[in-house]
Design a protein around this ligand. Structure first.
Ligand code: PMP
Length: 402
């Protein structure tokens, strides 16, 4: 962005690479190209009927006005009940704020705490938005690269080495977008042992994929491992992924009362409450039938297994088995240095992704967007036939390399 009338804090950030890739795939499709879209970062299921119905009923009842900035008492109580029953985390409704999506909660949490130059530890591979959100809040993202050999997980040694007196936050995301890496309770305990030695560090847990995991177990929380961290931990979650409600824009944060109070003030002077109708829908989601949540996870699991089988059969590609979320994070190092039919050489994961897009119409996101190379992210939030077709085309494109 060149225009000098745009503030520096916005000029230093960029559009989300996954949104950019999704828009590029949509554009090519509009031009009539046959595109297999494996970029999508949202469930392909419809929001369940009882949730949609609750929203319609709320409209008919006249729940169409402003609510309390932090959300309706009923929704905050439902969130408190969910955190207690599912996560064994006990918060009063007043220590919870509903937001316009988890993304909004994360952004506002950084906005209320980060001073110019404060460091925020972002383990890579990371969700694309974290570093740019930190930059937009005048902070310094400190990228901590986690290796494939470590399962793309932060280790205590890496964490210890990255902490400085300026470290304000550690952001943890389990299961992770893009790798699906999921921390065990023991791993979280080991990380908290380090954190307990550094009381200036706040901990933000992005739990948005907690229910999309493949072992049927509950996702452990760092506060289960180390309740001592409670006064400096902010729990972030939302209904987007679990309930196929990405468009409704309801997320939330739970945490220490000073942080929640500051979030409330900022929200009161910016967006005000999240949509009243969406809050009614989220209330129905959290307090209604949960049986389909496991059904969704089962469907993702079948797609994961099929995608892994096909990808790992393509020479030059390899993929670890993700524990959760709906992505495969594929190592494409074996393709680097190979020649394309038009004489080019694949030098990076961006080249690989461009080659797949231009030669076979398969849309993916390059690993560099997530802070590590050479990888690409392939979404499995789409029909198994689409995954199969994408893999078939990638196999053909790889076979055409010399
Ligand atoms: N965190 C992660 C890791 C995500 O992948 C996403 C969605 N792509 C979000 C947060 C944002 O979710 P929401 O729709 O609730 O804003």
């Amino acid at each position: 962005m060149k225009s000098s009338r745009i503030a520096e804090r916005v000029r230093r950030i960029k559009q989300s690479p996954s949104s950019a890739a999704a828009e590029r795939a949509a554009e090519l499709r509009r031009q009539g190209k046959d595109i297999v879209n494996l970029v999508v970062g949202e469930p392909d299921f419809d929001t369940p009927a009882h949730i949609r119905k609750a929203a319609c009923e709320a409209i008919e009842r006249g729940e169409t006005r402003y609510t309390a900035t932090a959300g309706t008492p009923a929704l905050r109580k439902a969130i408190a009940d969910k955190l207690a029953s599912e996560n064994k985390l006990h918060y009063e409704p007043r220590d919870i704020i509903a937001t316009c999506g988890a993304k909004h909660a994360i952004f506002n949490a950084l906005a209320i705490t980060v001073e110019s130059g404060d460091e925020v530890l972002v383990p890579a591979p990371y969700w694309v938005s974290y570093p740019d959100m930190v930059l937009a809040c005048d902070g310094k993202p400190v990228i901590v690269v986690c290796t494939e050999a470590d399962g793309f997980k932060l280790t205590p040694a890496l964490l210890e080495a990255a902490i400085t007196p300026r470290t304000k936050w550690l952001i943890l995301n389990s299961p992770s977008n893009p790798t699906g890496a999921s921390y065990s309770l023991e791993e979280l305990r080991a990380l908290s042992d380090v954190l307990l030695r550094h009381p200036q560090v706040l901990v933000m847990t992005d739990d948005i994929y907690e229910h999309i995991r493949f072992d049927g177990a509950a996702t452990p929380h760092i506060l289960n491992a180390a309740p001592e961290l409670r006064e400096r931990t902010l729990v972030i979650n939302g209904v987007s992924k679990t309930y196929a409600m990405t468009g409704w824009r309801i997320g939330y944060a739970a945490g220490p009362s000073d942080l929640i109070a500051a979030l409330d003030v900022l929200q009161s002077q910016s967006t005000s409450n999240p949509s009243s109708v969406s809050q009614a829908a989220a209330l129905a989601a959290l307090s209604g039938d949960q049986s389909f949540v496991a059904d969704f996870a089962g469907v993702y699991r079948q797609r994961r297994d099929r995608g892994l089988e096909l990808l790992n059969a393509i020479p030059g590609l390899s993929c670890r088995t993700p524990g959760g979320a709906f992505y495969l994070f594929v190592n494409c190092g074996g393709l680097l240095g190979r020649k394309t039919p038009d004489g080019g050489t694949l030098q990076s994961d961006v080249d690989v992704v461009m080659y797949f897009l231009e030669s076979t119409g398969v849309a993916l996101v390059a690993g560099s967007a997530y802070g590590v190379s050479p990888y690409f992210r392939m979404s499995i939030a789409t029909a198994v036939e689409v995954i199969e077709e994408g893999c078939r085309r990638m196999a053909a494109a790889v076979a055409a390399l010399s």
